[in-house]
Design a protein around this ligand. Structure first.
Ligand code: UD1
Ligand code: CA
Length: 459
């Protein structure tokens, strides 16, 4: 089989984004756009992948890591000049080279595969991935002759009024015969509106040498959207979100309002999960069957067990068991593990805490740096006093303990199995198993005191 190489162009500054963040690192559904391009290119079995970097090179290299080789383009003299930077690494290679842009994250693996197949079957020197759009402004236009053959590509800025009426655009993705690409690149100039070496000019060079040029028209323009500014970035977000949501729905997930539901590309959701509006699910989150998530919840990097309900709550980097009830308005912070059939209710914050099966923290509590056993009831307003201003300390609450309302547990401290802490206690010593601990002032009632004060005031 013909060898396949890819060059990703990612050296431009992305001036039109008006951002400190380098263009190809702007996230779409939470993932930098250049990562989408690399992931989607994975569908093609590549023998070599080279990314051209320039502006923000270090950051882009760090993001991509060992998935690609890199070449630096010191000065951004145009897309043709950018490809030429890969000459050293590619010029002797026999095969097909795909050039893709780091700012077209929506082109699917399937389209890349079809483009390669079309190119290899037609035995063309170059095949352009094109698309038709009623609003082609800004894109390079594909100029065809009377026989409908592609003659050249003209950039929007260089195009005549008549050429600008053409609706077929260059998506910025092409397959080339590798040798012919690098030979033709020697013959392009920067004599154009932007004073740049345009890669699309290679088409005219090849054509003048009577080489075969082919075009593969993408089925859907949306997929080929190039992201040059934040308006296009928001469009890409909407398209990718829709794509992901539809995938989940086809897999059996009930998404009540897909327009209001944001699910990241690495999230795994089992069938019969229901997701209510205003929900954001990010990172490597897994949600087991029959869970109910939302409305208005944010989950990042967590595992949610079967049949668990999460309402109006935030959960980060934690594991939640099955048939757990969370919220409304709970916040589960990183490194927490919540057991099966547990409950975390209104205005409860939990951090770096293990909560055993069937344990409940129903209202208005802060439980941080704690190991809580099973069947524990933590009353309303309980606080683990975990921080002494310098260090965090551990609170241990053993199985079947009962913590009365409005208690302070000053860590490090252990509440033994089956013991009771009386409401309003401030506990700073360990409580043995099965004990009742009361640590509060005794109540004293002063009879008729109110009336006495009242009379005194009148004097
Ligand atoms: C480019 C095409 C245009 C096409 C459009 C599709 C050219 C001259 N024009 O225009 O025909 O319709 O894409 O989206 O190719 N880059 C470099 N080095 C450079 C210049 C650019 O690496 O010196 C990279 C950019 O980072 C970007 C990609 O190449 O990822 C495309 O560059 P951009 O400036 O966005 O080109 P467009 O004006 O969109
Ligand atoms: Ca672009």
């Amino acid at each position: 089989m013909t060898k396949r190489y890819a060059v990703i162009l990612a050296a431009g500054q992305g001036t039109r984004m008006k951002s400190k963040l380098y263009k190809v690192l702007h996230p779409v559904v939470g993932k930098p756009m250049v990562q989408h391009v690399i992931n989607n290119l994975n569908a093609v079995n590549l023998d070599k992948l080279i990314t051209i970097v320039g502006f923000g090179a270090e950051k882009v290299k760090e993001e991509i890591g060992d998935k690609s080789q890199f070449v630096i383009q010191e000065k951004q003299l145009g897309t043709g000049h950018a490809v030429l930077q890969a000459e050293e690494l590619l010029k002797d290679a026999e095969g097909t080279t795909i050039v893709a842009c780091g700012d077209t994250p929506l082109i699917t693996g399937e389209t890349f595969v079809k483009l390669f197949e079309h190119h290899e079957q037609s035995r063309a020197s170059a095949t352009i991935l094109t698309a038709n759009t009623p609003d082609p402004a800004g894109y390079g236009r594909v100029i065809r002759n009377a026989k409908n053959e592609v003659e050249r590509i003209v950039e929007h800025k260089d195009a005549t009024d008549e050429e600008r009426l053409v609706n077929e655009i260059n998506t910025g993705t092409y397959c080339f015969n590798n040798h012919e690409l690098f030979t033709a690149l020697q013959n392009i100039t920067n004599d154009n509106a932007q004073g740049e070496y345009y890669l699309p000019d290679v088409i005219e060079v090849l054509r003048n040498e009577s080489k075969k040029i082919s075009a593969f028209v993408a089925a859907d323009f949306e997929e080929t959207l190039g992201i040059n500014d934040r308006v296009a970035l928001a469009q890409a977000e909407r398209i990718m979100k829709k794509r992901l949501n539809e995938q989940h729905m086809r897999n059996g997930v009930a998404i009540i309002d897909p327009d209001q539901t944001y699910i990241g590309p690495d999230v795994i959701i089992e069938q019969d999960v229901t997701i209510y509006p205003g929900t954001i699910i990010k990172g490597k989150t897994t949600i087991k069957t029959d869970a109910i998530i939302g409305p208005n919840s944010e989950l990042a990097d967590c595992h949610i067990g079967e049949g668990t309900a999460v309402k109006q709550s935030v959960i980060h980097n934690s594991t939640v068991g099955s048939h757990v009830n969370i919220g409304p308005f709970a916040h589960i912070r990183p490194e927490s593990v919540i057991g099966d059939h547990a409950k975390l209710g209104n205005f409860v914050e939990v951090k770096k805490t293990t909560l055993g099966d069937n344990s409940k923290v129903s209202h208005l509590s802060y439980i941080g740096d704690a190991e809580v056993g099973s069947n524990v009831n933590v009353g309303c307003g309980t606080i683990t006093v975990n921080y002494d201003g310098k260090k965090k300390h551990l609170t241990t609450i053993e199985d079947n303990a009962f913590i009365g309302c409005n208690s302070n547990l000053i860590a490090p401290v252990t509440i033994g199995k089956g013991s009771y802490v009386a409401a309003g206690s401030t506990i700073n010593k360990d409580v043995p198993d099965n004990a009742l601990s009361i640590a509060r002032a005794r109540q004293s009632n002063k009879e008729d005191y109110v009336e006495r004060i009242f009379n005194r005031k009148k004097d």
